[in-house]
Design a protein around this ligand. Structure first.
Ligand code: ATP
Ligand code: PRP
Length: 297
């Protein structure tokens, strides 16, 4: 039976059902006011305030569902999209789930360079990306036989070298703790990844897709920027506005006190401390910084 027939007129939104991306996805959905109730053990949740059905799937399967148009949009890692080699719109980089897919070998072992692994056995969950990497390294065409043997395992890849399953692994690294604990070190980065909102090439409700994208972009901007307000003598304005130009332009309002203005401008959170120091030096006073809980940009 085709599930889609039971969910007419709803945008199908695929969300990781567990793992590293799960909690962040739930907080994004909350921030975007996509309300739902999920029954225990059920992988489908009907959205309460928008015509959306949330489908909870393994992150690795989401590219296939979106690529085949069974789901209209989904959240998963860039790595999973590249591994699946599906044709989807890469939508929005959500700026979490950041890590690197790296070639790892036993520390102080025989291998220091990827070239030394040609003809050896490499273990990974990402067998397609690993194959593509070694095809390039060996100089063979896509799909042609490789000297290097590539083995699939579904998880705990880091145990493979110690257990003699392979000579090296290709696995994700974030903090490096897992790699270190397994006695491995990285010798090459195959791919850098982060979570993306991916969109089918032919979504059923493009306007609703745009609404969700706009809400998520608003949330991302709210994380990236803070609102900076300050007062300043009007004649210092040209210099000050170079420091706080705003995303489009700063808002400048006259104060009751003659020749003084109030300025309001979004500034990058990561540059906040330097910007405040600079504003003070240039004669600004009463400098305030406020969190932006949500916005549309
Ligand atoms: N250590 C990490 N740090 C940041 N992002 C990660 C990390 N590990 C994985 N990811 C991202 O999360 C995606 C899903 O990985 P995860 O290991 O959670 O998969 P899973 O198999 O669905 O879950 P589990 O490992 O719990 O079975 C990866 O494809 C990657 O984009
Ligand atoms: O560099 P680190 O911060 O240690 O993170 C890397 C680990 O995270 C992922 O696995 P996860 O813990 O999600 O479980 P898995 O091994 O079952 O996929 C990945 O496969 C590594 O094992």
């Amino acid at each position: 039976m085709d599930l889609v027939n039971y969910l007419p007129d709803r945008l199908m939104f695929a969300v990781p059902k567990k793992g590293r991306l799960y909690e962040k996805c739930l907080s994004l959905l909350k921030g975007a006011d996509i309300q739902f109730h999920r029954s225990n053990r059920l992988d489908i949740a009907i959205c309460l305030n928008l015509p959306i059905a949330l489908i909870f799937l393994p992150a690795a399967d989401i590219p296939t569902f979106v690529g085949e148009g069974r789901c209209d949009i989904g959240i998963t890692g860039y790595d999973q999209v590249m591994e699946s080699a599906v044709d989807v719109d890469m939508g929005i980089d959500l700026n979490f789930g950041k890590c690197k897919l790296q070639i790892q070998v036993p520390r102080n072992g025989a291998y220091q360079k990827p070239e030394q692994l040609v003809g050896k056995t490499i273990v990974s969950t990402f067998t397609n990306l690993t194959r593509q990497y070694f095809e390039k390294l060996e100089g063979v065409k896509s799909g042609e036989p490789l000297k290097t043997k590539i083995k699939y395992v579904g998880g705990s890849v880091e145990a493979s070298c110690a257990l003699g399953v392979g000579d090296a692994i290709v696995d994700l690294v974030e903090s490096g703790e897992t790699m270190k604990a397994a006695g491995l070190c990285a010798i090459e980065t195959v791919l850098a990844t982060s979570a993306h909102l991916i969109v089918s090439r032919h979504p059923s409700q493009p306007q609703l897709v745009d609404l969700i994208k706009s809400r998520l972009e608003g949330l991302l901007a709210a994380q990236k920027y803070v609102l900076c307000n300050y007062n300043a003598p009007r004649d210092r304005l040209p210099e000050l506005l170079k420091v706080t130009p705003g995303r489009r332009a700063a808002t400048v309002s006259p104060l009751e006190e003659e020749n003084w203005v109030a300025v309001s401008s979004m500034i990058l959170r990561k540059e906040m401390a330097n910007i405040l120091d600079h504003l003070k030096k240039l004669g600004a006073s009463d400098i305030l910084v406020m969190e932006i809980s949500n916005c549309r940009v």
